[in-house]
Design a protein around this ligand. Structure first.
Ligand code: RP5
Length: 149
């Protein structure tokens, strides 16, 4: 994430990944304030065994786009809600990537879905994780089917 101030939202991703038993790195790295670290961290990600990068940032939210330019790992962007523009600034900064450097952008504040998408990507080569996803979907459906009003 681009700042500690993003953690309230990004902790949702942490929670989902923990629930699925997926190992993760949790870092504050800013594309603007710490560009050298941004380069070093992202360039080394694949060799460290990282499978997917989830990047949460707000405002002029270049974190995900810069990461995507530095690696061929899938990058998922989480736009943060902002005071000035409600998060539309973050969303548009993240979603309009140039052809050739894709970023998968979730909803404003959608950290949990970002984590679920990451789990789905990792599950392509992990049958155990795939089973957990099926179970999760089943439980979700049951909650709706059993809901009373
Ligand atoms: C972005 O600027 C961060 O991702 C954060 O959402 C926003 C504000 O950062 P702080 O000023 O709170 O550190 O880079």
């Amino acid at each position: 994430m681009g700042s500690v101030s993003d953690y309230d939202v990004m902790s949702g991703a942490e929670q989902v990944l923990s629930d699925f038993g997926v190992e993760f790195e949790k870092r504050v790295i800013s594309a603007h304030r710490t560009p050298d670290l941004m380069y070093e961290y992202t360039k080394g990600a694949k060799d460290r065994g990282v499978g997917v990068i989830i990047a949460g940032a707000g405002g002029a939210a270049h974190l995900a786009g810069v990461a995507a330019g530095l690696t061929t790992l899938p990058v998922i962007a989480v736009p943060m809600q902002t005071k000035a523009l409600g998060g539309l600034d973050s969303l548009l900064s993240m979603v309009q990537m140039p052809t050739g450097i894709p970023v998968a952008t979730v909803a404003i504040g959608g950290a949990k879905n970002a984590a679920l998408l990451a789990v789905e990507i990792l599950a392509l080569s992990d049958p155990g994780l795939s089973e957990k996803l099926d179970k999760y979907r089943q439980e979700q459906a049951e909650k709706v089917l059993n809901s009373k009003i």
